[in-house]
Design a protein around this ligand. Structure first.
Ligand code: SF4
Length: 388
């Protein structure tokens, strides 16, 4: 397998496995026993210290979770400092912290900014009280508004807001009002996620008991199309199925999440903390999810193994296609050829032409990219192209 033409910069991910309370729909790993925080931070520091520092150059740090804003600013600063002394980092570093509006105020936001965080991603989910209650969020609509305003006052010039749509009975006009509440703050980035019922979540149990009925596909499809039309009409670039950014499609002034873009572009990343994943092509490895087990393994001087896999060329090719088609940039056919020594058109050309004729793909400028309709029917497009 040949390598990509230019080795992409890598990303560093830190998983903070704590939440005040579990939201009804969420299957990310987190616990609410904050007494574990000191032992977790000690284990995290030991895991970072024991990591191999080798290439590549890293240009992003991302605090995800869980609820990273549960940490004190001084704790965030210590982690950033350790990463800076351990790894080869680019000068222009994107440092993102995910924050829950129920855990921020003017003081800790200022502290996070001074600690070196330069991109704040606020999990708003909705500006409507009834939606927040339905989703099991810990914060009110008022706190959501206060958090965005406080983020700006704290000096954040790159603020992302996450919203959820597709609640049962949600109309396009109710959802549009939610988006417009977000647009009033002129955020640099918006992530609009379709509500999905994940196994093992309280929402899945509600569904089993007949107390929750997901919105029909035709409703969520209408909400997806309305979201894309509204936000692109307001100057946002719809660069990934759920993600919209200010600025050009790519390059210096794009406010697309540089870190999350690495996952879709197949760039390397290292993850630390329970359930964190790492990717050093073609090898992927991950830590196990249990925070107590994670702490115990590291205290015993071992890596906290969850699993590891080495992708075959066929798996690698399939993932490049699946991930590339999540993005409006799509798959660069020249890059595909360099990576795999195979011509994209020889492999997928006939089906790609057919999908393009149906308005689901574009095949211009050496790229195979999804249309808005193609993003909506991504699973169909991927299945038709790859047979998976
Ligand atoms: S705050 Fe975020 S990570 Fe925590 S339970 Fe809610 S959605 Fe999941």
């Amino acid at each position: 397998m040949s390598e990509a033409r230019v080795a992409p910069n890598g990303g560093l991910y830190i998983h903070i496995p704590f939440c005040v309370h579990k939201c009804a729909y969420c299957d990310f790993y987190s616990v609410s026993d904050l007494n574990l925080k000191p032992a977790f931070l000690k284990a995290l520091s030991a895991e970072i210290a024991a990591a191999e520092a080798g290439p590549p150059l890293f240009d992003t740090i991302y605090f995800g979770g869980g609820t990273p804003s549960i940490l004190d600013p001084a704790e965030v600063e210590r982690i950033i400092d350790q990463l800076k002394s351990k790894f080869r980092l680019a000068g222009a570093l994107e440092v993102t912290l995910e924050a829950n509006p129920g855990t921020v105020d003017a003081d800790n936001l200022k502290g996070f900014r001074s600690a070196g965080v330069n991109r704040l991603n606020l999990g708003i989910q909705s500006f409507r009280e009834e939606n927040l209650r339905r989703l099991g969020r810990i914060h009110s609509a008022g706190q959501a508004h206060d958090a965005v305003a406080a983020a700006h006052r704290a000096g954040f010039a790159n603020v992302g807001l996450d919203l959820i749509y597709g609640l049962p009975g949600q109309t396009v006009s109710a959802w549009t009002m939610d988006i417009e509440s977000a647009l009033a703050y002129d955020p640099e980035h918006l992530a609009c996620y379709m509500l999905s019922v994940e196994p093992g979540t309280p929402l899945a149990e509600e569904q089993r008991l007949g107390r929750f009925r997901p919105a029909p596909d035709e409703d969520t499809a209408g909400l997806f199309m309305a979201t894309s039309e509204l936000l692109t009409g307001c100057g946002y670039h719809h660069y990934e199925i759920s993600n919209f950014a200010r600025g050009a499609a790519s390059g210096g002034d794009s406010r697309a999440s540089r870190h999350n873009s690495k996952y879709w572009a197949y760039a390397p990343y290292l993850g630390f903390g329970p359930a964190a994943h790492s990717f050093q092509p073609p090898r992927r490895f991950w830590n196990h999810r249990d925070v107590r087990g994670y702490i115990a393994e590291i205290a015993a001087g071992r890596r906290p193994p969850g699993g590891t896999e080495t992708l075959t060329v066929d798996q690698h090719m399939l993932e490049v296609v699946m991930l590339g088609l999540r993005t409006s940039a799509g798959i660069d056919r020249a890059d595909f050829k360099v990576r795999f020594g195979r011509d994209f058109r020889d492999l997928y050309g006939a089906v790609a032409d057919e999908l393009a004729a149906r308005g689901l793909l574009t095949l211009d400028n050496g790229r195979c990219a999804p249309t808005r309709q193609g993003m909506l029917f991504l699973n169909t497009v991927v299945a038709a192209l790859t047979g998976n």
